[in-house]
Design a protein around this ligand. Structure first.
Ligand SMILES: *Cc1c(COP(=O)(O)O)cnc(C)c1O
Length: 397
């Protein structure tokens, strides 16, 4: 049994705020403050460079990777931490393409997060061998998988609508057509049960500052299926992924297994915060998180549709086809979200007109859902969004 009243005590949630944006940046796990302070003081401060061995900073990317692995169904030694998600997408896609050298197409969909598509565009340009990025509607991905596809690169949960791809079915279909798969789990990890091994995914990547609460800029992860561990070519061949980083050879030789997907020096301070954040997941059953998340999302959808009829649902109605977030559309979505934030209900806005709300059972319950809908109804009924200051776009929306 997962006790969600207990998990919520693990987080710092500012007084008077209803936080429905943990899908974008999770809140501060209280223990992360002490863990980072210890890293700064007792480790960096006192041990200086000795900390790479004595405080085990050097092996931390693997240790933390194994803990993430338990949340995504990956066996030990197949996940490593480092860099940002965009960079992990580059590594995974480059390695996947190299495993399928006779084909030319990378297949993705227009519900993918733009950074993944940008990275693919940049990589294909750099490879300069007439590769094509084919972008279809999310509903058409399955039928677009044919024998021209080298790599299927998709994000399991659509960042805008929460629509869920069937990872197992699409991977099977891709394999039947001879394609390699790269799954982005940015909005899946910590949100829904994931089993990369059961799905047969070849590569998977994800970030840790969303549902895993690792903090702004927390490092990303990459998973490589056991069958590819010794053949996957690391395109970003940095010294930390070398077979013998401290031999200082002039020639690159990939490290064994997942270590080759390391690139440069790991972000040790950020990894310390993430390690503390992962403690929250030790006592959590992902099936219970999933069931509760669907309840919370369903409650929000039914209350909004009843009380805020101007808003149009922009997410699958069936909870099993949705991640842990719900979007509603309105032509003035941006201004409405600013008014909500001003009144202490934090969600976010995704262009052109989507208001996005994340539901994270670890620290959100029915009372927050009801409270948020109360404020939303109040703002819409009284047109409180209709102020020039709510229309001014900030750099980050
Ligand atoms: C959040 C997110 C990113 C962000 O990448 P960063 O390199 O961490 O900024 C990339 N892809 C997807 C699918 C995301 O949801």
């Amino acid at each position: 049994m997962t006790d969600f009243t207990k998990t919520r005590t693990l987080f710092h949630l500012p007084e008077g705020i209803i936080y429905l944006d943990g899908n974008s940046l999770g809140p501060l796990p209280i223990s992360a403050q002490a863990r980072v302070a210890r890293m700064m003081g007792a480790e960096w401060g006192e041990q200086l460079i000795k900390g790479w061995n004595s405080a085990r900073w050097f092996t931390q990317p693997r240790r933390v990777g194994d803990r993430i692995g338990r949340l995504i169904g990956a066996q030990e030694g197949t996940v490593v931490m480092g860099d940002t998600l965009s960079i992990k997408v580059y590594q995974a896609l480059a390695a996947a393409l190299a495993l399928n050298p006779d084909r030319r197409v990378v297949l993705s969909d227009n519900g993918n997060f733009p950074s993944d598509l940008y990275i693919a565009q940049g990589l294909l340009k750099a490879l300069d061998r007439e590769l094509e990025l084919r972008i279809v509607d999310p509903e058409d991905v399955e039928t677009a998988i044919d024998e021209s596809v080298a790599v299927l690169m998709v994000t399991e949960v659509d960042y805008r609508t929460g629509r869920l791809h069937d990872m197992k079915a699409l991977t099977a279909r891709a394999h039947a057509a001879g394609a390699i798969t790269v799954w982005d789990l940015a909005h899946s990890t910590g949100a829904i049960p994931v089993d990369v091994a059961a799905a047969g995914a070849d590569f998977a990547v994800g970030c840790t500052y969303k549902y895993l609460n690792g903090g702004p800029g927390a490092p990303a992860f990459i998973y490589v299926a056991p069958k590819h561990l010794e053949t996957a070519q690391p395109a970003l061949s940095g010294w930390m992924g070398h077979a013998a980083p401290f031999a200082f050879d002039l020639e690159y030789r990939p490290g064994s297994g997942i270590d080759r997907m390391r690139c440069g020096t790991p972000p040790v301070i950020a990894l310390a915060a993430l390690e503390a954040a992962l403690d929250a997941w030790d006592a959590v059953d992902m099936a219970a998180v999933r069931a509760r998340s669907i309840e919370l999302c369903d409650l929000f959808i039914s209350a909004v549709e009843k009380r805020c009829p101007d808003l149009v649902l922009n997410s699958p109605r069936d909870g099993n086809k949705r991640g842990s977030q719900v979007s509603f559309r309105h032509p003035e979505g941006y201004a409405i979200m600013q008014a909500l934030i001003a009144q202490g209900v934090i969600g976010d806005f995704r262009a052109p007109d989507s208001m996005r709300f994340g539901f994270t059972p670890l620290y959100i319950g029915d009372s927050e859902v009801r409270g948020a809908v109360d404020v939303l109804e109040h703002i819409l009924t009284n047109r409180l969004w209709d102020l020039p200051e709510y229309r001014r776009k900030a750099a980050v929306t």
